[in-house]
Design a protein around this ligand. Structure first.
Ligand code: ATP
Length: 323
């Protein structure tokens, strides 16, 4: 099986870019079978990551020491999200440096299953500072509060809410994970609990369709509570927390104070999605432990460099006695 000419040209371009930019690695996303020997020959000398929706496609590659196969969930995802997932997974598994420069090859134009070209697009991706914060180390710290797959799902949900909003409008919310009993005891419902009456499977945030439903619920005022096991338990919650002893940067309002406060008073982790900026801040034990910008996950449709503004030094303060 030979590679079609367009794929050959794109592989050559990827190899040249790795040298001339320079870039750290090539990521090849594929959904169709491909002549791996030919790919291997053309990309000789390049570090290569391969991710496929169908694990059978990459099964034979695991034995090759020059290639790193990234396991993705088998659920069908749009190309952009699959690429995001592959890069995030490579970073969290520590096989890719968070600040790496990547040349990505993929099939970006939806085409028929038997389309002759396995690759039709090339992007240069500069993983930046805020992705850098999403290292295994960070997730391991949070991992004390919930299993890593639950935390990954909640991170995805929170960043998507921050980035997408709803019906063209930005929305903010708080996702509280873990210690459900204590969180409930400190909170009151502002409305009916929208999760009531649904089965566990219908409330499991690890399932993509469930996350889509929760995005709708996030429009409602109040916090969303998710168990350690990933099952959403309640929404429309007003978190009745105290903010004493909570450290908070200047410029944050009651939503972030409530998220920090509940994480201080319980063993839960709280993800505050800012309505005004779309950013996600994760609080544990009253402290901000992670900060993810809405554009932190790589954009694959055009080359771009992640740039974010950090507050100037000294812009933190401690508020005391706030309700
Ligand atoms: N204790 C709480 N429990 C749940 N939600 C809260 C609580 N306090 C505030 N909120 C939510 O935060 C909203 C007000 O956000 P505010 O602008 O004051 O905070 P912020 O931290 O600046 O957040 P944002 O960046 O989203 O604007 C309220 O409308 C409510 O939805």
């Amino acid at each position: 099986m030979n590679l079609p000419s367009q794929s050959v040209a794109l592989l050559q371009a990827a190899r040249d870019l790795v040298k001339s930019l320079p870039a750290d690695a090539v990521l090849l996303l594929t959904e169709t079978s491909i002549d791996w020997d030919e790919v291997s020959r053309m990309l000789a000398g390049c570090k290569l990551f391969v991710a496929a929706e169908n694990p059978a496609l990459t099964k034979s590659l695991r034995d090759n020491p020059d290639w790193t196969v990234i396991d993705l969930d088998p659920e069908p995802l749009p190309t952009q999200e699959r690429m995001n997932a592959a890069l995030l997974k490579a970073v969290t598994d520590e096989v890719l440096q968070p600040g790496a420069h990547i040349v990505a090859l993929y099939n970006g134009i939806a085409s028929l299953d038997d389309a002759p070209e396995p690759v039709d697009s090339l992007s240069v991706i500069h993983l930046g500072e805020h992705l850098e914060r999403m290292t295994s180390q960070d997730l391991r710290i949070l991992g004390d509060a919930a299993p890593i797959d639950v935390l990954r799902a909640v991170v995805d949900l929170a960043t998507e809410i921050g980035r997408e909003g709803r019906e063209g409008q930005p929305i903010g919310t708080i996702l509280v994970v873990g210690d459900t009993r204590k969180v409930l005891s400190l909170s009151r419902f502002q409305n009916f609990n929208p999760f009531r009456g649904y089965s566990r499977a219908e409330r499991d945030v690890r399932i993509r369709d469930v996350r889509e439903q929760i995005k709708e619920i996030a429009k409602l005022d109040g916090a969303i509570l998710i168990g350690r096991d990933g099952i959403a338990e309640a929404a429309c919650l007003h978190l009745g927390t105290r903010a004493d002893g909570v450290t908070m940067r200047k410029g944050f309002g009651s939503r972030h104070m409530a998220a920090a406060g509940i994480s201080k008073q319980t063993a839960a982790v709280a993800f505050a999605v800012s309505q005004s900026s779309g950013s996600v801040r994760v609080f544990q034990r009253g402290e901000e432990v992670l900060h993810i910008e809405p554009l932190a996950r790589p954009h694959v449709w055009q080359p771009f460099r992640l740039e974010t503004q950090e507050p100037a030094d000294g812009e933190t303060e401690t508020r005391e006695g706030e309700e």
